[in-house]
Design a protein around this ligand. Structure first.
Ligand SMILES: *Cc1c(COP(=O)(O)O)cnc(C)c1O
Length: 416
């Protein structure tokens, strides 16, 4: 065990600017955090601020060319109220299962503005997709044949797009989902043959879905990937049986989680996209261009709040033990795609600043050393009953966590 006096200082985060602090209390949805906690009646909970989502959508709409349709990729945060809110301010939804599709359809969004991606779609998934009339992003030739068989048996002509596994990758993406051998999509080089086979099937070909990665904070890497995405779509369209009407260019826009990370500058991305959109008007006349974003729309709008249950000192380090942990929020523990664990931004929500800051380890109640919410973070001196807030928690939180590990109660969830 290292001694905290000699341990290297952990890099600390700048103050999160999306939420106000009034009378030393964090405010969310116009309420001081302790009041929100009292209203909810229990901790832990996730709270999502719709105004922060609105601001993200407005920033995108202001920067991006008006031809770009913005979709919300539901898996980032499938809470029905969140989906309903985002459906009302975006142009469509992307779903990854029949369960997500059900929630998407309940928002009243036009099924033609919903797309369904994901490898291994079951017979139930495909039936739900075909009967509702959404665009199916086909992940393989086998899936195309299963959809065609369903179309024959139901007398329908499903809308389909080919999800392409590109022949390039989004450099330095947090999670690479394109290039190389992948379970996602059809290798670019196999697409012409698939298009030829499709020409004789009862399918309505819409276009391509090309998604090359996630959580990217480098504008130049995003620009390069988007340029290559359009070039690939232009190239593949030459083998298409009919004009390409729909091009989903994926997302990939990241948000800052860790000390030293900066918010993306949308302007260079937007000016490059404006050129690509103009090129598409020539190469793919009438094409609808969709950008699908999950994390970028919801992550910064959400906080995860838990309560300190115990405070103890072990061999020179202070531990704040809370009632929340990785069972509710796997990503904050560093076990959802991170290579090296880094701290999410954390604060004491009911006393943001204090005279006697302490370096502490914030941990959860699970019997595993992985259950870390903050490693050597500096917080005002805290005690049982105080509220720990984890910022940037609106995406890949509750539903990306092993909720039943150790059988603790599930967290509450509110949209404000
Ligand atoms: C997960 C996913 C997204 C959303 O990614 P974010 O990083 O949350 O924006 C978009 N499209 C597809 C196909 C996905 O699988």
């Amino acid at each position: 065990m290292s001694d905290s006096a000699s341990a290297p200082k952990m890099p600390q985060h700048a103050r999160m600017s999306q939420f106000d602090v009034v009378d030393n209390c964090l405010q969310i949805g116009g309420l001081p955090l302790p009041e929100l906690a009292r209203n909810i009646g229990r901790t832990p909970f996730y709270a999502y601020d719709s105004k922060v989502m609105d601001a993200q959508v407005t920033a995108l709409r202001t920067a991006l060319p008006p031809e770009i349709h913005l979709h919300y990729a539901m898996k980032a945060n499938p809470m029905p109220e969140v989906v309903r809110h985002l459906a009302s301010i975006t142009d469509g939804l992307d779903v990854a299962s029949a369960g997500e599709l059900r929630v998407a359809l309940q928002t009243g969004v036009n099924p033609a503005c919903i797309s369904f991606a994901g490898p291994g779609k079951s017979a139930q998934d495909l039936t739900a997709a075909v009967t509702s009339g959404v665009i199916i992003n086909m992940e393989s030739v086998g899936e195309m044949q299963r959809i065609a068989a369903l179309a024959d048996s139901t007398g329908t002509r499903p809308k389909v797009a080919i999800r392409v596994n590109p022949d390039f990758e989004l450099k330095s993406a947090g999670m690479k989902m394109g290039s190389g051998p992948k379970p996602f999509g059809v290798d670019a080089e196999q697409v012409p043959a698939m298009l030829e086979e499709m020409a004789s099937l009862p399918l309505e070909f819409m276009g391509f879905h090309i998604f090359s990665g996630s959580q990217n904070l480098r504008e130049q890497a995003i620009i390069e990937a988007q340029t290559k995405t359009f070039e690939l779509a232009f190239r593949l369209s030459q083998s298409a049986p009919c004009p390409v009407r729909w091009l989903n260019i994926g997302g990939g826009l990241g948000i800052p989680y860790f000390p030293g990370e900066q918010r993306l500058d949308l302007n260079p991305i937007a000016s490059n996209l404006a050129e690509l959109v103009e090129a598409a008007k020539v190469q793919l006349p009438g094409v609808e261009i969709v950008m699908e974003l999950g994390r970028y729309l919801t992550a910064e709008a959400g906080i995860y709040v838990c309560e300190i249950v115990d405070k103890k000192v072990s061999r020179g380090e202070t531990f704040l033990v809370t009632n929340g942990g990785l069972h509710h929020h796997l990503a904050v523990s560093g076990n959802f795609g991170q290579v090296i664990r880094k701290n999410y931004p954390v604060c004491l929500g009911n006393r943001v600043e204090g005279d006697t800051p302490e370096e502490v380890n914030v941990v959860g109640p699970l019997c595993t050393p992985l259950d870390i919410l903050g490693h050597r973070v500096t917080l005002p001196a805290a005690a049982p009953g105080d509220l720990i807030v984890i910022f940037q928690s609106g995406a890949y939180g509750l539903t990306a966590s092993p909720l039943d590990f150790l059988s603790h109660p599930h967290p509450a969830e509110v949209l404000l």
